[in-house]
Ligand binder design. Sequence first.
Ligand SMILES: *Cc1c(COP(=O)(O)O)cnc(C)c1O
Length: 383
Amino acid sequence: MIVKELKPEDKDILENLRINLDKNNEFMLGYPVSKDFDYQELIPFFKFPINNVGDPFEEGTNKVQTHFMEREVVSFFAKLFRAEINNYWGYVTNGGSESNLYGLYLGRELYPKAMVYYSDATHYSVRKNIELLNIPSIVIRSQKSGEIDYEDFENVIKLNRHRPAIVLTTFGTTMTEAKDDVSKIKNTLIHYGIQDHYIHCDAALSGSYGVFVEPRVPFDFVDGVDSISISAHKFIGAPIPAGVIITKKSNRDRVAKGVSVIGTLDTTITGSRNGHSVLFLWYALKKYGFEGLKQRYHHSLEVAAYCIQKLETIGIESWKNPGAITVILPRVSNEVILKWQLASQGAISHIICMPNVTKIQIDELINDMVKFPVIEQPVAVHF
Ligand SMILES: *Cc1c(COP(=O)(O)O)cnc(C)c1O
């Protein structure tokens, strides 16, 4: 077998990559990824080709896997989201997008004639998922806060009461971290007599701290959802993107098909699945626990409040939704967007105070905003 030493120029490429990642990692305040993780204890596991192919709740042929940890991770979130003790199921996905795809897939399998409803503040991956699944859909307006417009939803539902409904709600929208109230959605569906309905909650960003949010926003199984998705690399943090889908076991059973090659049920979207991600997530949950997650959330809230207050001292008015860790402000200059990787859309930019973000970083960002202010574009005059 030929295995060569890296050439010096290739070693340089690696070293430069490391330096660049190190630098850019430090100045990242616009995307919801926690970077304060330490998985060094798991390095020995990188010598194993861990593959969680198949259903984590079924015995398969492959033994180089972390299914028992995956079941623990699923149970942790099922409990957090108040799923029925004997009627939950789920698995660790490649991210929130795959989790959403799974939720919509279950909804469509249950109600093949359904219409999907989602707000215009919904994550871009959802539209693509709906196209992949070929389900007809209607976009509902959102309010200025980013929360779904319940009145618009009601008006649309009124006109479509003859059809089963799949509603995709968002718990933490991409731009303003708005949270749709699942109870209100559920009540509207019941009010118009739509018995055949399925609610999937996209909680990619805020699901991991949803139970700590005050005032509480209904989003979980007791509130009426059929499935919930989260991204694991966001609030919890991981070197590899990952997500979780939690659903009712009774719904999953309807799509379960046995496959003899792997000797188990093929209930997941992909075949081979990342067993290391499961290991990271299991490890993080053991290290933080319920109390640790709560503490991370409170730290984020404190930094977000600090951020709003500091912006005010330089004359910039910003705001955030109740219980949110995302601060919305008028669009900052391109220099600041580039350096701090602040996601910006139209007239607004946002700063997401993930658990790793410190007050010192906020101070530095604000210094840069003073140094690189927004230059008013001269208004073009046409003759
Ligand atoms: C991040 C995010 C997604 C997509 O999750 P990935 O893990 O990036 O696939 C979906 N919805 C919302 C609201 C998100 O914040």
